[in-house]
Write a protein that binds this ligand. Structure first.
Ligand code: NAD
Length: 374
């Protein structure tokens, strides 16, 4: 639990494109929290991505990684700039986020898929299927088939080729991500569904055994169920509201989290968190970012939707700082603003009022004022 009297140390990395535009709106919320909730934030800002390439010739400096370790949490915007499309893969702006995840050992990616009542018609699914949807997908991100060995493409004696990737999970890798999922469930509806393919994969069998064991030993109060990944994909479209927290490996999580996030309608609305291992001093490295990229097509126009970034900050308050009341307030403020009919271009609908990035940010702060007064 964070002591509210201690300043919260945040590393803020706005990045490229719309990143700085949407991160600026979080700045308003931070100022509001300082003024109205007695919190103090110690903010350190630095360059990553194309912005860092332009200044320092690298997508991220070691110094920034050190600052990330020293912070209570990292608030990340987005990286990517077509201007750097010609450089080698290891110099691309996107390396910044990959390196941060790797260096901080961020193994659990959390992606909520929540449908705000006012946006229920934005989903491609029927309103009745998604109304009230609020699920959290926990995806293991540093193991599994994307990293397992052997891997590669080999040439066979007859000249044809064979591509190989290997799904590998160890007990400890499964235990740590399972604990994240169970912990989260306790802050939500207390239900976890673990997803694998134990019917055809030994790694899935081990996954199921280890999750079951962690549950029995440490989290017996949480409701646990198991589901095969193919069935889960189907259930997410058929009846997504049956889920609370889903926990799964890297490959299935990649696919299922994209599927689930699109149930909600717009990229501009979706936050995420990536958590690392708890350290000896009780702190846990964590990075919060919207799932969208730098959107070069709309950058600099002041029309980007800041809500995904603002909701990423709400996740930071909830999961890194245990400030549940403030996180709830921000989510409620977003919900109220949408209900009042304000929309950025990406979520615009007939009869609504179209606004830009900063008007949306200001409106959310005004809602916070109202919530604080009520
Ligand atoms: P993108 O998410 O940047 O944009 C996809 C589409 O969604 C665009 O039309 C964009 O205008 C729109 N969009 C995205 N966010 C929006 C917002 N907040 N408000 C309104 N509209 C929004 O994906 P892309 O175009 O495939 O990628 C652009 C760059 O971002 C690439 O360089 C890519 O590598 C990078 N990227 C970075 C991250 C990251 O930093 N974690 C994630 C994804 C993509």
């Amino acid at each position: 639990m964070t002591d509210p009297k201690q300043p919260v140390k945040l590393l803020v990395l706005p990045g490229d494109g719309i990143g700085p535009e949407v991160v600026r709106e979080v700045g308003r919320i931070i100022a509001w929290l300082e003024k109205n909730r007695g919190l103090t934030f110690e903010l350190t800002e630095d360059l990553v991505g194309g912005a860092s390439l332009a200044e320092y010739g690298v997508p991220i400096r070691d110094e920034v990684i050190e600052k990330a370790w020293a912070a209570d949490a990292v608030l990340f915007g987005s990286v990517g700039d077509p201007k750097w499309g010609h450089v080698g893969f290891d110099k691309r702006p996107e390396v910044a986020i990959l390196k941060l995840r790797q260096e901080l050992g961020l193994f659990a990616n959390l992606r909520p898929a929540k449908v705000f009542d006012a946006l229920v018609d934005s989903s491609t699914l029927k309103p009745d299927v998604v109304r009230g949807l609020d699920i959290m997908i926990v995806r293991e991100t540093v193991g599994g088939i994307y990293f397992g060995n052997p891997r590669g493409i080999e040439t066979l004696p007859d000249g044809s080729k064979r591509g190989i990737n290997t799904e590998v999970y160890t007990t400890s890798e499964i235990q740590r991500v399972a604990r994240v999922a169970f912990d989260l469930a306790r802050k939500r509806d207390n239900r976890v569904c673990s997803v694998e393919k134990c019917n055809v994969m030994e790694s899935g069998l081990l996954w199921k055994e280890v999750v079951t064991d962690v549950h029995a030993r440490e989290f017996a109060d949480v409701e646990l169920s198991h589901m095969l990944a193919d069935n889960c994909a189907m259930q997410l479209v058929r009846n997504p509201r049956q889920f609370d927290v889903l926990v799964t490996g890297n490959l299935f999580g990649d696919i299922l989290s994209d599927l689930a996030s699109m149930l909600t309608g717009s990229l501009g609305m979706l936050p995420s968190a990536t958590l690392g291992a708890e350290q000896a001093d009780g702190r846990r490295p964590a990075l919060y970012e919207p799932i969208h990229g730098s959107a070069p097509d709309i950058a600099g126009q002041g029309i980007a939707n800041p809500i995904a970034q603002i909701l990423s900050f709400a996740m930071l308050l909830r999961y890194s700082l245990n400030m549940q009341a403030e996180a709830d307030m921000i989510e409620q403020a977003v919900s109220n603003v949408l209900a009042s009919g304000l929309r950025t271009a990406d979520i615009m609908a007939e009869g609504m009022a179209r606004v830009g990035t900063s008007v949306m940010g200001e409106a959310i702060v005004r809602e916070l004022d109202k919530l604080q007064a009520s």
